[in-house]
Structures are given as C-alpha cells and as structure tokens.
Design a protein around this ligand. Structure first.
Ligand code: F6P
Length: 544
C-alpha cells in the first residue's frame, strides 16, 4: 500500500479503458461463435468447485489486463499482509485474521509475535464439549430438562452467518433440537419465538462481539426477564444463557458465568466471524465433526486464494470480473442466485459481507474515491426469482451481472424435481447470454407488432458455480470464495474493507432520539424540522 498510485492513473487501468471501448459493443454470441471451446477454456475446476466464467463479455486480452491490474495493485503482497497478521484494518488498528480460525494446516499464526492457534483450538474444544453435551441431553436446564430450543440472540455478523449456515446445512442437523434466531429490536421478533418455546428447555446464546449492541442487549434482557419470571429464580440464568463475545467484563455484568462464555478476538470482524465462537449455534445444530468439515472447506479455499496464480484463482477472477462490470459497464448491482433452497439466506448473508465491507468512498490514504466501489448485492433462490425480478434482468435497461450457484446431486431427491431445477438454472444463464434476436422471433411466426417485445438482447453476463453436492465442506469453500472476492475488490478500489464506520451515526442518533420519545420536553432544536415533527407526532399518539 505505501505510495500506492491512484487507481485511475494505473497503466493497467488505462489499458482497460482503451480495451473497454473495443469490447463494449461485442456480443457474447460472437465471442462464443468465434471460439467453439470457450466453455472449456474459461472455467476453473478446483476440488469440488466448477467455476464457469465463459458467459462474460471478455476475451483473452480482457483477462490479461485484469490480471495485470491485480498485479499492479500488489494484490499478492496484500494477501500475504492479511494472512500474516499485519494490521490491515488500520482505522481500528487491528489485524484481520478470520483465516486463522479455520487454519487446519497445523502451522502457527502470529499476532504481535504470539501464536494465536492454541487459543483458537481451546475455544473449539470448549464448543465441542458444550455442543456434545447439549445434543446428547447431558446439558440440562434449571429444572433438570434437556435443552430442545436454541435461541441465538445477535444481529449483523452475530446473526446472519449462524442463521445462513444453519439453514444451509439443515439436512445435517439434529432434528430434535430447534434453532431460533432473534435479531430485530422489534419486540415481535422475540415475542413470536418465546411463544413457541418452553423456558425449561430453552438455551439462549447471546452473540455479540462488543456485548453493547442495542438490539442484542435489549433482546437479551427481555429473554433474561422471561427466564427468571417463568423459572422463578435468578439462579436459572446460569443454566439458560451462554455468551459469545470478546467483552468478558460486560458478559460477567450481565450475569453469565465465565464457564458459559466462549471468547473470540478483536481481529475477527463481525461479518467474518461464523467460524469463531459465533458459530456455536451451527455446531450445536450439525455437530462437531460437520463443523470441522466446514472449516476444512474454508481452509481449502483460503489456500487456493493465497497460492493459485491469479489467472487460475477463482475469488480473484470473480473480483476482477465484478470490477469490469462495476467500473467499466456501470453495473452497480450484483445478483446472487442460488438454485438450492437450503441456501435461501446466502444472498442476505453476503449483502452484509459485501456491502458493509466495500460500501466505502474514501481511499486508504484518506482521499475521496473518484470511481464507484461496492455494488448493491441482492438475490433470491431459484426458481422463485425467475417469477419475480428476472424480467428486469432479461429485458430491463441495466446490465445486472449474476452468479448462479447449483449442485449436481440433490439432498432430497424427489421424482424429477432436481433435473427441472438445474435445467432452469442452465437455461437462465443461456438466455441471459444469448437472448433471442429479432430474426429468431420473426422466424417463430410472431405477429409483426409484437416482435420488439419478444426480443431478448442478451449479452447479460453471469458466472455459474456448480458443485457435486451441498456438504459442510463445499459450503465452507463457497463462503471463503466470496469473502476473498470482497477482499480483492477492496484492494483494487483501495478502500478499507474491514471497518464499518458508516453504521455509527444512525446508532448515535437513535440513542439521542430514544430519550426524547419518552420526554415531556419538546424535541431538541438540533433536529431538522422533519425529525422534530415526526417525534412530536409519535409522542402525541403514544400519549393518547
Ligand atoms: O452493524 C454494525 C455491526 O457492528 C456489524 O458489523 C456487526 O456484525 C453487528 O453490528 C453486531 O455487532 P456485535 O456482534 O458487536 O453485537
């Protein structure tokens, strides 16, 4: 990073600009007809992952220039800086070492000269014991009943990762233990969960890196009152609450004993924390062995990212292609389309992963960026999206690049469902890329006036990620793949991907307004007239 040249002044960027003017009007129909082996040439097969990136508006020259860009931004050095524990989260003065959490190599990882692996193994072992005790019924509540309901109370990274993985790996879960997730401060969320659970059989996992987040602490206090009220004793808290946190003082103050606290460290970012203690609800659901398999999958992708040459490196290529569309074609949104019902929270998970990481507008040296950075990430599982928003993707005015994610073998085979599912996935990427020309429409005998409506321009880019089967290991690799894509794009855009200062202002103002909602004084003058009127109107109705 020292002395890093401005992105738009880099020689590879200038070459890409010139190259873009040659590529922008080229259609994928031409690219495919000019090269009959394109589908085999533009793909990477790494262990369980088949990554097809042939349906992009690129040629060999594009790839060469994009890889040149990765070299020019010193991506290789930056990757090493992360993996070796340098303080790359400069605004929070921390290393970024989620890769250590799933380091299965047996090698040491140092933070300020100290190997952090023994601490990581110790917490994993503690999680192992607790999850075995809970799954086997050995862990009993205050009234002696085994635990049947796990309620994870957390938000953002302390919620989305566990919920996404518990859903994704539900097939491997122990079915007599129910997993609930409470995140929203809206009391409806916790009320609906508490209505469905027996206090004597319920274990709350309060997941919060800081143990100060308003939503989580409010929900945790409500859960605590509910336990004490229903089980009739303050002592019940010790049996029904676990904390996952870096803040042992706040955990103790809440009344959770040290034995029931699972620690992690400030070099684990919230949205990169699901393989830390934050993953306890996952381990309880799928068991220790499956959790270790998940870590193995992460680790394999970490190694691939760290060592594979850029032109054969899946996360790097994904990132470079994303930059190609974002910064050259002006595509500012990106769709994640898993054709797998179990992955229904995958897009929501990477909404935080990507948008909280790369939704930044100041470079690492403090200047305002002069180019666009992180895109809006969104998506739904196939085939639901096809009957909702795909219309815009096919015939709307913007180009929306997309990733299709599918699995060859279904976990729940029933009749021909799976072939139909995957036929739809392949069909959509084909339709996006090639569309349907006017002459093809006419040849179908479509009435003259209707022809323009029936034309599909095509040339809509996508990647297809195909894996043999959804296993914990494959899921780990897929998550790590997207994490490293985000890292790579952050380096190219020269932004800090591991802080999130943009969430602070809202938190501060909410704290201020909270006091005013119950006060009899008029709203503070420093508010604008809209906010003041909203507060006054709210108060007038709540006091009716
Ligand atoms: O939304 C901001 C944020 O800090 C996220 O980055 C984080 O995942 C979430 O809040 C929850 O934070 P905590 O785990 O400290 O409660």
């Amino acid at each position: 990073m020292p002395g890093r040249k401005e992105l738009l002044k880099m020689s590879s960027w200038k070459k890409l600009e010139a190259h873009f003017s040659e590529m922008k009007d080229i259609h994928m129909r031409t690219l495919f007809s000019d090269d009959r082996s394109r589908g085999e040439r533009y793909r990477i097969i790494h262990n369980n992952i088949y990554f097809d990136y042939s349906k992009n508006i690129i040629n060999d020259r594009t790839l060469q220039l994009l890889v040149e860009l990765a070299d020019e931004v010193n991506l290789r050095t930056e990757i090493e800086r992360m993996f070796t524990g340098e303080i790359i989260n400069e605004t929070e003065k921390r290393p970024v070492l989620h890769v250590a959490l799933r380091n299965r190599s047996g090698n040491a990882v140092y933070v300020e000269g100290r190997d952090v692996m023994p601490d990581i193994y110790a917490v994993l072992e503690k999680m192992h014991k607790a999850s075995d005790d809970i799954r086997s019924g050995r862990w009993t509540g205050f009234t002696g009943k085994p635990i049947k309901n796990i309620v994870n109370i957390g938000i953002g990274g302390s919620d989305l990762g566990p919920v996404m993985v518990c859903e994704a790996l539900k097939y491997y879960s122990q079915r007599d233990i129910n997993n609930f997730f409470v995140s929203n401060i809206d009391s409806t969320h916790i009320t609906e969960v508490l209505q469905r659970t027996d206090p004597g059989e319920t274990l709350f996992i309060v997941a919060s890196k800081t143990f100060t987040t308003m939503e989580t602490m409010t929900n945790a206090e409500t859960a605590r009152r509910w336990i004490v009220e229903h089980l009739g004793s303050e002592q019940a808290v010790a049996y029904h609450f676990i904390a996952l946190s870096t803040n042992s003082a706040a955990v103790a103050k809440f009344g959770i004993k040290t034995d029931n606290m699972f620690e992690f460290w400030d070099w684990v970012g919230g949205r990169y924390s699901l393989t830390s203690a934050i993953g306890l609800s996952i381990m309880i659901s799928i068991g220790y062995e499956n959790f270790i398999e998940l870590l193995e999958g992460f680790h394999d992708m970490d190694n691939h990212f760290r060592h594979a040459p850029f032109k054969e490196n899946i996360p790097v290529l994904m990132a470079l292609l994303g930059v190609w569309y974002n910064n050259f074609f002006g595509s500012h949104t990106y769709a994640l389309l898993p054709y797998e019902q179990y992955l229904h929270r995958f897009p929501a998970y990477f909404q935080q992963g990507d948008m909280e990481s790369n939704g930044k507008s100041v470079t690492r040296s403090g200047a305002r960026v002069t180019y666009s950075t992180g895109p809006v990430i969104w998506g739904e599982p196939g085939t639901n999206g096809q009957h909702a928003f795909y219309q815009l993707m096919h015939q709307g005015t913007s180009i929306i690049p997309a990733d299709f994610i599918g699995f060859i073998k279904p976990l729940n085979p029933v009749a021909d469902h799976h072939d139909k599912l995957i036929a739809n996935m392949f069909a959509q990427s084909e339709a996006f890329a090639f569309g349907k020309t006017e002459s093809e429409v006419r040849a179908e005998g479509v009435d003259g006036k209707l022809v323009p409506y029936r034309v599909f321009e095509g040339n809509r880019p996508s990647n297809t990620i195909l894996c043999p089967r959804l296993t914990p290991e494959v899921l780990g690799s897929l998550i790590a793949m997207y994490e490293h894509k985000i890292f790579t794009q952050g380096i190219i855009w020269d932004i800090f991907s591991f802080d999130q200062w943009g969430v602070e202002l809202g938190k501060l103002l909410a704290g201020r307004i909270l006091g005013e909602l119950s006060s009899f004084n008029s709203p503070a003058d420093e508010h604008d007239s809209s906010t003041k009127a909203l507060i006054s109107h709210y108060r007038s109705i709540t006091r009716e």
